[in-house]
Design a protein around this ligand. Structure first.
Ligand SMILES: [Zn+2]
Length: 302
């Protein structure tokens, strides 16, 4: 499931390439495309053509494209969504639901020339393909006000400097989520930390995932915020974690799965102390931890 580092990698890759390109056509593909259309608030095939992309950015775990119409095209990849930038003649991608044909950009800056067939270079005809295996991903168009409403659903970003240790500690203590891991995962409280990076951060900070939110100490909160930032930055450096389906816009997987410290390692030895990594579920989410490095304080056992 793409989390902050994966979505940011997609955004960083697309941001230098898409602005200036205009939508020539948008089409929903086959049955999978019809499923996506049914979820859409606006029919993208009707509303996108002629509009130009002016910026690409990230809002929590969503990719946002600013359009010159004043609207915003949002892609929420959810679990298995992918946003691929291909050339028109590239082989079809599996599970494609929507194709957005783009043209313009560098070619429009060129001096007018006598049109030849060879002038129509493939790099000037790009396709943004939105694919999704399991059907939870979403693509939709919103107004400025609606974008603000979407943004309002999220708490401060984990990497935002405005999130101080004091504020972070306050948010944890004030959380209605029973455990520290569930607090980290609640995007309304702090946004950007998903399941994999939550486990990684708790391991690094030596905090058991089921510690009660109200029992987290200030010192633990300080360690945890530093750990959250470290694992997110490592994920960014490695261009994301590919466990199931995440790939960048060019179809390449991330590398951070090779550098995970605890996630997915149940039954294996802890890289720090050698104890056996354990698996449990917290708030219904897969959870990995080291029983020795992340021992549960007596206090939380009641
Ligand atoms: Zn350990």
């Amino acid at each position: 499931m793409p989390e902050l580092p994966e979505v940011q990698t997609i955004v960083s890759d697309l941001a230098p390439l898409l602005p200036g390109l205009s939508v020539v056509r948008a089409s929903y593909v086959g049955k999978l495309g019809q499923e996506l259309l049914r979820k859409s608030r606006v029919d993208l095939a009707l509303s996108l053509p002629g509009k130009k992309v002016t910026a690409v950015r990230r809002l929590a775990k969503q990719v946002v494209m600013d359009l010159d119409s004043g609207e915003y095209l949002i892609f929420h990849l959810k679990i298995t969504g992918r946003l691929l930038l291909r050339n028109e003649e590239d082989v079809p991608d599996e599970f494609t639901r929507l194709i957005i044909e783009l043209s313009g950009g560098s070619s429009s800056a060129k001096a007018p020339s006598f049109a030849k067939a060879s002038d129509d270079k493939p790099e000037d005809k790009r396709e943004l393909r939105f694919t999704d295996r399991n059907g939870f991903a979403d693509a939709y168009l919103v107004t400025n006000t609606e974008l603000d409403q979407v943004a309002g659903k999220y708490g401060l970003e984990a990497l935002d400097e405005k999130l101080t240790v004091a504020r972070f500690y306050e948010l944890i203590l004030g959380s209605t989520e029973p455990t520290v891991k569930e607090t980290l995962l609640n995007q309304k409280i702090i946004s950007g930390v998903g399941n994999i990076y939550a486990d990684e951060a708790l391991f690094l900070a030596k905090i058991h995932p089921t510690v009660r939110s109200k029992q987290v100490t200030e010192e633990q909160a300080e360690r945890l915020l530093a750990a959250v930032r470290q694992v997110l930055n490592e994920g960014l450096r490695d261009r994301g974690t590919t466990i199931d389906s995440y790939v960048d816009p060019f179809g390449n997987p991330g590398k951070h799965q090779e550098n995970l410290r605890v996630y997915g390692r149940s039954g294996k030895s802890c890289l720090v102390c050698g104890a056996t990594i354990e698996y449990t579920e917290v708030g219904g989410r897969r959870t990995f931890f080291c029983p020795q490095c992340q021992s549960l304080p007596q206090l939380s056992l009641f």
